[in-house]
Write a protein that binds this ligand. Structure first.
Ligand code: MG
Length: 204
């Protein structure tokens, strides 16, 4: 089954068609090196990346502080009361691990639990075959993702950004700002798009 959607009980915000597009990119990127996902939530998109990593015997580093983004906090639009822990905090790590284990992808998914800044400041690893930016959508969060990991991609690899909406009436502008910065850097060429998911290929 080449579409490989996650099982329906894996909650998340990546529609199947965008997930499938991400999977196709990841199959190509994973041939170049490990994958990096920024913003895993409960692991829905991680399953597509993880499956691509499995096929190339590599890994996806899944970076998330697992405390939820702004919109996941109590009282916000995408809050899920079942993801509140004993301390009253959003905690998606338990659910994430459960979903990765059920998909039998533990060998190919490595959780990096921390903020982009924490991990990025101390990252000593190699560059990636694909970086998927789908973390916090505040301008500050998105720019931090770009600053630390937006250029840690191997030549030929992909920078993929979710929730890119050029029309401000359709969605927040932070991911689109990152996309424009990537274009302006001269390091990438436009590759493909599926709904709000956009892929750039590293050329320099
Ligand atoms: Mg998203």
């Amino acid at each position: 089954n080449m579409t490989l959607p996650p099982s329906p009980d894996v909650r998340g915000f990546l529609p199947d068609n965008e997930g499938h597009h991400l999977y196709q990119l990841a199959l190509e990127g994973a041939a170049l090196g490990p994958l990096l996902e920024i913003g895993s939530y409960c692991g829905r998109s991680t399953l597509w990346l993880g499956e691509a990593a499995r096929q190339h015997r590599t890994v996806v580093f899944a970076l998330d502080h697992h405390r939820g983004s702004e919109e996941h906090q109590p009282g916000e639009m995408f809050h899920d009361t079942s993801l509140i822990n004993d301390a009253g905090l959003v905690d998606t790590l338990h659910e994430f691990r459960r979903n990765i284990r059920q998909a039998e992808l533990e060998e190919h998914v490595i959780a990096l639990v921390g903020s982009t800044q924490q991990v990025g400041q101390h990252w000593l690893g190699i560059d990636f075959g694909l970086v998927f930016i789908d973390g916090g959508h505040s301008l500050d969060a998105a720019l931090t993702d770009w600053r630390y990991f937006g250029q840690r991609i191997k030549p030929g690899g992909f920078l993929v950004i979710h929730d890119v909406f050029p029309d401000p009436t359709k969605g927040g502008q932070a991911p689109y700002t990152v996309w424009r910065m990537a274009i302006a850097s001269g390091l990438y060429e436009q590759h493909s798009q599926c709904e709000s998911l956009r892929a750039l290929r590293r050329i320099a």
